[in-house]
Design a protein around this ligand. Sequence first.
Ligand SMILES: N[C@@H](CCC(=O)N[C@@H](CS)C(=O)NCC(=O)O)C(=O)O
Length: 85
Amino acid sequence: MKEVHIYTWTFCPFCIRAKRLLDKEAIPYKEIVIDGDQAALSALKTKTGSGSVPQIFVGEDFIGGCDELHALHRDKDAFNARFGR
Ligand SMILES: N[C@@H](CCC(=O)N[C@@H](CS)C(=O)NCC(=O)O)C(=O)O
């Protein structure tokens, strides 16, 4: 399985919800908390086009945020394929 990274703010409900789904699916991930780090958020926006958190990556592939993760999860085969399992 490729390494999963999730960029978050500590008190972001979308981040908590996204992590809950990854936990439920037993997908290990590395969390990068960027509370108050505008430079980090701005760098993410340049890279992905999104200026919100969470931002989820599988390897170098950008999955999206919480909504995209849950939409992907509705198709189990696509979800598992995307996470390489
Ligand atoms: N549709 C996004 C919404 C995420 C979102 O709105 N996150 C808030 C924090 S809880 C945020 O980043 N707000 C700052 C902004 O949108 O500029 C998702 O599903 O991840």
